[in-house]
Design a protein around this ligand. Structure first.
Ligand code: ATP
Ligand code: MG
Length: 439
């Protein structure tokens, strides 16, 4: 295990003062897996004030109540936390109190999963009282201690378990899976922000689709809107999967970015509500708008920021429209959506098509064609927004236009340029505007 120099320096300083100090948790897990840890956490027998004194001037009391001091060392900020055990959890979220201890084993026993309950000292010597290394090698997530008790203490662990399973591709040990299924009802009272963050990490994991398939009823506790999709037969010759299976296949095909994964998860969520059937088969008229409305409700409930909500609902609204396959069509779509959103829409449509069995995927070719045109247009510096238009409000003011007339005229000129009726040249645009005014 290669511990970064700044972290080693911190471990050494603590040891030199007679304290025990170890790297712990995610960084040990990830190092042993050969992955680069996101951040390095240190656990120590030093009490918080002792840690503060040991690193005077570069230690900050960032979470004293839980024994955490942040130490700045070179380019890194490292959280140094005193060995502790957690008191009772009144609200299935935070321990009401923590008790500091001088025992590493006690500290490890409060941690959630065996693979997260290993510590390594300066020399790389592992302390692993719960056989985390065996589970790591077997790719298994297992609670430290009795699963039901651990999930009852802190229900967030249910989502953490699914999130680690999706991110690492680990399976969930049988009793841990049983425990989290039995305790899923506790998720209802979790703070929306914490559910949001864990679900987003889950969705962005490489194995998200498998985890959602296996634990749909658990995820359905916090996202009940998903459940009607499960097993919903489409009665359509374009689909070989039910709505949920199609969604999961599409999800697996989408790039692992939060907006895209949320959009794909919710793109067909309104289908069950829109279902009709006639002699030609099943139909879902109007499902994008209904899905977008449900998506908005979900994202609002989970306290997503407006920008994410807006992006996801726009993508869901647009996901079923034909992708433009002409230059003019792509330019118009660019004008309405902007580059970022149109690129995201291409990804959502690609995933939606890839989410069908290979012999279906009717429109994949069209999506790729649209993407090629988009790339070509952007490479040419084509004009699709007011920002790029060769005239601005001031130019039109000089022509004598006032107030809202200016915005209206700018939009008319932009439409004409986007449609290829006018070149994006100042003189041409000004004379067109002048001609409109005098008419
Ligand atoms: P990540 O890669 O997401 O940072 P991590 O394992 O480091 O994964 P953190 O949330 O940073 O996760 O937590 C650090 C460590 O603290 C975990 O490895 C685990 O030992 C412990 N831990 C965190 N949250 C809990 C919890 N809710 N219950 C028990 N132990 C927890
Ligand atoms: Mg971490």
């Amino acid at each position: 295990m290669t511990i970064p120099e700044p972290v080693k320096t911190i471990l050494k300083s603590l040891e030199a003062k007679g304290y025990a100090a170890h790297c712990v948790g995610g960084c040990v897990r990830d190092s042993l897996l050969g992955r680069a840890p996101e951040d390095w956490d240190v656990t120590t027998s030093a009490l918080p004030e002792e840690t503060l004194a040991a690193f005077a001037g570069r230690a900050f009391p960032t979470g004293l109540r839980h024994g955490t001091v942040t130490v700045r060392e070179g380019p890194l900020s490292v959280e140094v936390t005193t060995f502790r055990t957690d008191g009772p959890y009144a609200d299935s979220r935070h321990p009401d109190s923590v008790t500091f201890t001088r025992s590493l084993r006690d500290d490890l026993s409060r941690r959630d999963f065996t693979v997260n309950a290993m510590a390594a000292d300066l020399r790389g010597k592992l302390t692993d009282p719960f056989d985390g290394q065996a589970d790591l090698n077997a790719h298994i997530l297992r609670c430290v201690g009795d699963p039901e008790k651990r999930f009852r203490e802190d229900a967030l662990r249910i989502l953490r378990c699914l999130r680690f399973s999706a991110a690492l591709g680990f399976s969930v040990a049988e009793d841990t899976a049983q425990g989290l299924r039995d305790c899923r009802g506790l998720l209802i009272s979790m703070a929306a922000e914490r559910v949001r963050d864990e679900l987003t990490k889950l969705l962005c994991g490489p194995e998200a689709a498998e985890v959602l398939r296996e634990f749909s009823e658990v995820v359905g506790t916090v996202l009940p809107e998903l459940l009607p999709m499960v097993g919903f037969d489409q009665h359509s010759r374009y689909h070989c999967y039910d709505v949920w299976e199609h969604t999961l296949h599409a999800l697996a095909a989408a790039p692992a970015e939060p907006v895209l994964r949320w959009a794909v998860l919710l793109h067909d969520v309104g289908k069950p509500l829109c279902f009709t059937r006639d002699e030609r088969g099943g139909h879902f008229y109007g499902h994008p708008a209904v899905s977008a409305e449900i998506a908005d409700t979900v994202l609002q409930r989970l306290k997503f920021d407006n920008a994410t909500r807006d992006a996801v609902t726009t993508l869901v609204t647009w996901h079923d429209r034909d992708i433009p396959r002409t230059e003019k069509g792509v330019r118009r779509a660019l004008m309405k959506l902007g580059e970022e959103r149109l690129r995201q829409l291409t990804e959502v449509k690609r995933a939606d098509n890839l989410g069908q069995a290979p012999e279906f995927r009717p429109r994949l070719r069209e999506v790729e064609r649209g993407a090629e045109i988009l790339d070509a247009l952007l490479a040419q510096d084509t004009c699709f927004s007011l920002k790029q238009l060769a005239v601005n409000g001031r130019d039109l003011l000089e022509l004598g236009l006032r107030g809202p007339e200016i915005g209206m005229m700018l939009n008319r000129l932009l439409c004409a340029v986007v449609d290829g009726k006018l070149p994006n040249k100042k003189s041409a645009l000004l004379s067109a505007a002048q001609a409109c005014i005098t008419r």
